[in-house]
Design a protein around this ligand. Sequence first.
Ligand code: DX5
Ligand code: ZN
Length: 246
Amino acid sequence: PLETIIAPSILSADFGKLGRECIDTIEHGADWLHVDIMDGHFVPNLTFGAPVVTKIRERVPRPSTAMGKGTFDCHMMISEPHKWVADFKKAGCDLYCFHYEAAISSTAAESPEAKSDEKTTPKKLIKYIHSHGMKAGIAIKPSTPVDVLWDILEDSDEDARPDMVLVMTVEPGFGGQSFMASELPKVTALRGKYPNLPIEVDGGLSEKTIDQAADAGANVIVAGSAVFGAKDPADVISKLRAAVDS
Ligand code: DX5
Ligand code: ZN
């Protein structure tokens, strides 16, 4: 049974009172917090790092079950994602979602240090994340075809397979962009093969676009501006959930 998960992106929260915003969002009915980490290199924007995650973790109760309420879903829009696994585990991240494009990037592959490194291919990185006691997610940008994921999802070693796939429905980097329905066939293809795989969509999700995403088969819904820009965030969260459940 595939659960509907609403994961508001705190990128659109008021960073001046981030702890309070996180507590409120969970109280408004959110399942997870989607935590966007940007390094100004993989994407043309900066957010924050592990010290901030540590401090919001102190204010938001930890999930009592794997991927349960209060899960910190860290979306790592960063180059060299293997470098931050230990720090984010320590900070309280539950689900470490890296970008496929970053894990296979020439920078990582070409550095002599990385070449012999056991953490830099997607499968190795997934195992490395698991070895730290976190769930592993793999994200793809709009320009990346879904076909790159089949080999990873079908690996004979369960430990090398991701616990979630994130299909970006905007170019990563900024909140408040327009939803790209062109990405939904990726969700449909994934759902067709994997009825029980958590599939997350991120970017431009709102009451206007949720039905298309849900019809394609997404069950983990990120929404930043739609939730934090609303007069009644609890109402938006419950409407998004109802749309996926129906
Ligand atoms: C974009 C981020 C998203 C963003 C979504 O790079 O990964 O999580 O916060 O914001 P909205 O929902 O406003 O498109
Ligand atoms: Zn995100």
